[in-house]
Structure formats: C-alpha cells, structure tokens
Design a protein around this ligand. Structure first.
Ligand code: F0G
Length: 462
C-alpha cells in the first residue's frame, strides 16, 4: 500500500462461493400455517420452510475447500487413527492441555465432565451458563450459578467486555461455601449474555481467585476465536499480538476446557473435553468410552476430526475474524440506527434484539422474545431464537419466573450468508418493529420439565 492510500472501507467476505445450496421462498399463508402446526415453536419448523436461518451459528457454517479435502484424508481406524493425532495437534497448538478427549459435540463434553465433578450439593459458577451446561449440571443434582458483571445484564450499556465474570461475587461464593465448588467455569464469549466477550484481565482476576481457593478453572471455549479478536481490538496492550498467541494466553490461565467444534472451529459436528489433571482425565476417559467411544475418535468419524483440525487454523485467521465480527456489527448497526433496541456493543456471533424493550406491552410471562421470533418468521421467513423466559424461566422445582432478559438472538452462521441476505433480514426486522405494539403474547399449552424451549407448544393470546 502506498503511504498516502487510505484502507478500503468495505470489508469483504474473504472467500469465493464454491458450491451453493438453493433456498426455498414461502408465502405468508404458508408460514402462518407452518407456525400454527408447530405450536409457535420455531424449533419445530422444517428448515426448508425457513428462508434465512439465524436459529443458531452452531454447526451451520460453510466448510472450506481444505476442510472438504480433509474429509477425504479421514482415517477411520477404530484406535489410533492419524486423523486423531492431526486433530489433537491442532487443538494443543492453541490449547496446550495434556489430555484432549474428542466428543460428538460440546454437551457431550459437559456431560462427561459434570458426571465426574458435579453431583448433589455441588455448585458450579460461570459468568453465564449456556442452557445445555446448566441442564447437564442440574441433571447431576448440582446447582449452576451465573455470576455476570452487572453491565452484562444491561443491554444498552456500551462497554467492551460485558461477558466478564463478577469477580467479587465469585470470591464471596468461594469464601462462603468453598467445599461445594469443584471448579469454576468461564464461557467465552458469553453466549447467553448476548455474545459478549470476556477480557484477558477478567480471566486473570478469575484465575487469581481460583488460585486463592485452590479451584480449577475451565473454559467453555466455543467462541474462543471471536473472544480473542475482541481482546485484540478492544483491550489495551493486545493490538499487535497475533490471535493464536492471545488464544494460548487464555488457555494458559485455565486448567481445562469444554468445547463445541460446531462454533468457531468451523465444523458441522464435534467437540472436545481437555484438561491437565491426570486423574480427572482418567475418570473422564472411562466415561467417554462408555458414552462416546474409544478416546481416539470419541463419537466422531475420522473425517470429522480432520474438518475440525483444518477449521481451527482458519478460525484464527485475522482477515476472517475481521470480516466475521464486521458482518455481525453490520446487522446490529442497521437495527440500532432504525431504533430497534439491541444488545450493544455487538458480540461475535449474533445480534440480540431486546424483545422486552421492543414489546413493552407484553408481560415477560407472555414471552415477548417468543412473540418477536414468531413475528420475524411470519413476516419474512427469518428464523431467530428466543433467549429469555422461555429458555430460562422454568426452574427444576417447577416454578416459573421471568428471565433476567428477554432477547431474540439472530445468530449468524459462519461464511454462509452474504451481505444481501443480511440486508433482507434488516428489512424484515424493520417491518416487524413497525408493528411491534400489535404483536400478541403467547401462552404455553404443553411443555417438558427441562429444556422446554425446544419442544414447548404455545398459542397466541388474542
Ligand atoms: N456452550 C456454549 C456457550 C454454547 O453456545 C453451546 C451451544 C454449547 C456449550 C453446547 O455445544 O451444541 O455442541 O453441544 N450452543 C448452540 C447455540 C447450540 O445455538 O448457541 P453443542
């Protein structure tokens, strides 16, 4: 670049499209019928009835040519496949833990870890537990406690690291009941808290508290690369540090991790559990053999391990991360400038609309997030996900209270949609926002006792 040349303003998708997947247009009456048929639960829809699917960024990314090539290299030996060693080396290049146990996805790693360390009477603190993490902990009889910083619960406060843990609250918990806490978790980025990152200095402070009380620290690292990018671009002292070095610094503060390879590692399936502690690893490996498979494949085909290994190197590419975070912010900025309340600043994988603020006429127990998510689908075939009272409001004792926030998450699959797709989403959201005051709340007509957001059925209140 010549010295007098300014950088280009347009941050482009740093890839060409290599193969395509057609999308199906639907009519409004078709979408209305589909909604009624699935009891106003968007998880019940057929994906072919969805135009732009922002339900999840999990396993929905587009793989690269090199990842597809990796599938051909996949070795399916029952034990000791070279694909496992390529996978393990790719993981430990970024997360140098002594033991790496592949699993079929993140929740399988959680299930194994908490089956070993949790149980009745135990307490697991986290900045904010993801729903499967919470459910896996509660399933063992233990308690899952969220300790976000106060600004993490204030959608409109613009601070760079709203995913941080409340370190003083952690210290209080550990001082009051040190024997009940087997380990501390940090979720990077904090998905349920709005996709907000955790700063390196917060991780260091949490580490110091863990050291003081002799507790292990585990990362739920699904979106580690996006978190590292925010550290690079928002935290002082990191602008010149390469993203892989930031990731290694994060890993060095922890004793282990759970991971879903369906997020930042750009794979369609997979995960792992990693740790340094030899005896914990031995117990986890025994359970892994029981539930996932032999420890060199752990519920995955060798070709999946190859896709993850390659995806990990692409996930920390800075051109990719610049595009990734920019494209999320592009959607967020458009909604914000149209007056739609959104969680700011924008996180790494999704834009979260504050449905409680957009639909103030609805009581939280009439599920404003669900009402808004249904309206976005009805209006334009856009599928988002309620992250609010439907997801978090039902407690193990059967009682129901409003969640801290009622959000709708528009999660952006990695490398999948183009800017014009996102422009369409913006247009749909703006139309829905104009009608926000008329949107009806919902009533639950049937639900399971746990993880109700996947299968509950609703009817609109007239
Ligand atoms: N931890 C976090 C922070 C997650 O976001 C997820 C999944 C998991 C653990 C579980 O991983 O799906 O591979 O078993 N989140 C997805 C989502 C489902 O849509 O946010 P998994």
């Amino acid at each position: 670049m010549l010295a007098d040349e300014a950088p280009f303003q347009t941050i482009i998708e740093p890839f060409r499209i290599h193969s395509i997947e057609p999308m199906r247009m639907t009519t409004r009456p078709e979408r209305a019928a589909a909604l009624a048929a699935v009891g106003y639960n968007l998880f019940g829809l057929r994906a072919t009835d969805v135009l732009i699917d922002l339900l999840s960024d999990s396993g929905t990314g587009a793989m690269s040519a090199e990842q597809w090539a990796g599938l051909q290299r996949g070795n399916e030996a029952y034990a000791g496949a070279p694909s496992f060693y390529r996978f393990r080396d790719a993981v430990t290049r970024l997360f140098p833990f002594r033991h790496v146990l592949p699993t079929h996805q993140g929740r399988a790693a959680e299930k194994i870890l908490f089956s070993v360390v949790a149980g009745p009477g135990r307490v697991i603190p986290n900045n904010t537990h993801f729903d499967t993490t919470r459910a896996n902990i509660e399933f063992t009889g233990a308690e899952a406690i969220d300790l976000p910083v106060p600004e993490g619960l204030a959608p409109s406060i613009r601070q760079p690291f709203k995913g941080n843990m409340d370190v003083a609250a952690l210290e209080r918990l550990l001082a009051e009941q040190p024997d009940r806490v087997p380990l501390v978790m940090l979720t990077v980025t904090n998905n349920s808290g709005g996709g907000q990152p955790v700063s390196m200095s917060n991780m260091r402070a949490v580490r110091a508290v863990c050291d003081k009380f002799g507790k292990a620290l585990f990362l739920d690292a699904c979106r580690f690369a996006e978190n590292a990018w925010f550290i690079k671009t928002r935290e002082s002292g990191y602008a010149e540090v390469p993203v892989p070095d930031i990731v290694r610094e994060m890993a060095a503060l922890a004793d282990g991790m759970t991971m879903s390879a369906k997020k930042d590692p750009l794979a369609n399936i997979g995960g792992w559990l990693a740790m340094n502690d030899d005896s914990l690893a031995e117990q986890c490996r025994s359970l892994e053999i029981l539930t996932e498979g032999f420890p060199t494949y752990g519920g995955l085909a060798g070709r999946d391990l190859e896709a993850i290994a390659q995806g990990l190197s692409e996930a920390v590419d800075e051109d990719y991360l610049r595009y990734r975070t920019r494209s999320v912010a592009y959607l967020g900025e458009a909604l914000e400038s149209a007056g739609i309340p959104v969680v700011v600043p924008f996180g790494g994988h999704a834009v979260f609309i504050d449905a409680r603020a957009l639909l103030p006429h609805l009581d939280p127990l009439h599920y404003p997030g669900q009402a808004l998510a249904c309206a976005l689908y009805l209006e334009g075939g856009v599928r988002g996900c309620e992250v609010g009272t439907v997801m978090f409001g039902l407690h193990p004792d059967g009682s129901e209270t409003p969640a801290a926030l009622d959000l709708v998450r528009l999660a952006i699959p990695r490398r999948t949609y183009t800017q014009s797709h996102i422009d369409y989403v913006i247009e749909v959201a703006l139309r829905v926002a104009k009608k926000a005051g008329d949107l009806p709340g919902l009533r639950i007509v049937s639900q399971p006792r746990q993880l109700r957001h996947f299968t509950a059925r609703f009817v609109p209140l007239s």
